[in-house]
Design a protein around this ligand. Structure first.
Ligand SMILES: C[S@@+](CC[C@H](N)C(=O)[O-])C[C@H]1O[C@@H](n2cnc3c(N)ncnc32)[C@H](O)[C@@H]1O
Length: 307
């Protein structure tokens, strides 16, 4: 066995994942018995962060009575993310009953020239991540590619196309300047979105070599977006790692929600919580609905013995 082969076996042992979850994952890969939500929580499927965002968007859409949503990946490169997103869309459509339209935006020719230090050229250079357009098209079954500089393709898309409301956006353009251009999507009419849009921003977490910070890159773009938009804010979703029995993962730090405060549906209730019980486990147990299972029904827990 070569070094690579050995690493494949050793790597899972080095993961900070309790052994019971490693076993559960392996079992599910064979027997496929976990629900889709559990597969995402336990990391059984590829790119659970994409699945998580898409699922949450579809659940909000269903709650608010939207029949379909759009998901967008800004920055497609080789296309592994978009291909994974297609697989997640199939699951989500089946489980939630909400149709999903998919779009991928990319130059097609790799990273453009950086504008200045804010694009972090110490990490990325022009031409990195060039797409093999023909090869990718053969792998895609439903996602549509919009190729060219996002500074041009996005305004054209907003002018000429009107897909279902956007519920999930993955921002993976790396540069500050490109992310700023992509964030202009939120200047479009509010009817083009769900009231809260799940967002994934990849360049949030890393070692000192990456040195992501709020003065360069995607984090700077976010900061400037929030400073210049009074009625729309893109903010982290706090505490994802604590819910749903999840195994804490890096991607939990990369999930954001765009809050569109002036959206006509922003204030429409999505929770059935109307009362808090005196004691946990008594009455109609509404406190369970107040937790993250709020729109995703949870399997009821076995009642605890009274103390
Ligand atoms: C890190 S790669 C994307 C990786 C991909 N999301 C994945 O998961 O495999 C970044 C991509 O952003 C694209 N990109 C960066 N700036 C762009 C711009 N201004 N217009 C269009 N594409 C851009 C590059 O072509 C590159 O393919």
């Amino acid at each position: 066995m070569g070094r690579g082969g050995l690493a494949r076996f050793v790597a899972p042992l080095a993961e900070a994942v309790p052994l019971r979850f490693v076993a559960l994952r392996a079992l599910d890969r064979r027997l496929n018995f976990l629900s889709y939500a559990s597969k995402l929580n336990y990391g059984v499927v590829e790119r659970p962060h994409y699945g998580h965002c898409l699922l949450q968007a579809a659940l909000i859409a269903r709650k608010l009575g939207y029949p379909a949503i759009t998901a967008i990946e800004f920055g497609v490169a080789g296309g592994n993310g978009l291909v994974a997103l297609e697989r997640h869309a199939e699951h989500v459509e089946r489980e939630v009953g909400i149709a999903v339209a998919l779009y991928g935006f990319d130059s097609g020719s790799g990273m453009p020239d950086p504008v200045d230090y804010r694009d972090m050229p110490y990490l990325w250079q022009p031409g990195y991540f060039k797409m093999d357009v023909d090869a990718l098209r053969t792998r895609l079954s439903r996602a549509e590619l919009r190729l060219g500089p996002v500074e041009e393709t996005l305004p054209r898309f907003l002018r000429e196309e009107s897909p279902p409301p956007i519920g999930f956006i993955a921002f993976d353009l790396d540069y500050y300047s490109s992310t700023m251009a992509a964030l202009r999507i939120f200047d479009a009419e509010l009817s083009r979105f769900l009231p809260r849009v799940a967002c994934y921003l990849d360049d949030m977490v890393g070692d000192i070599a990456y040195a992501y910070n709020e003065f360069t890159g995607e984090l700077l773009a976010l900061k400037e977006f929030n400073a210049s938009h009074e009625r729309a804010k893109i903010v982290p979703v706090n505490g994802i790692r604590f819910y749903g029995g999840r195994i804490p993962r890096l991607w939990h730090e990369q999930i954001f929600a765009a809050h569109l405060f002036d959206h006509p549906d922003y204030n429409r209730p999505i929770s059935d919580l109307a009362q808090l019980p005196l004691r946990e486990g008594e009455g109609n147990r509404p406190s369970q609905k107040a937790k993250p299972g709020l729109i995703w029904p949870r399997r009821p827990r076995r009642p605890r013995r009274a103390v």
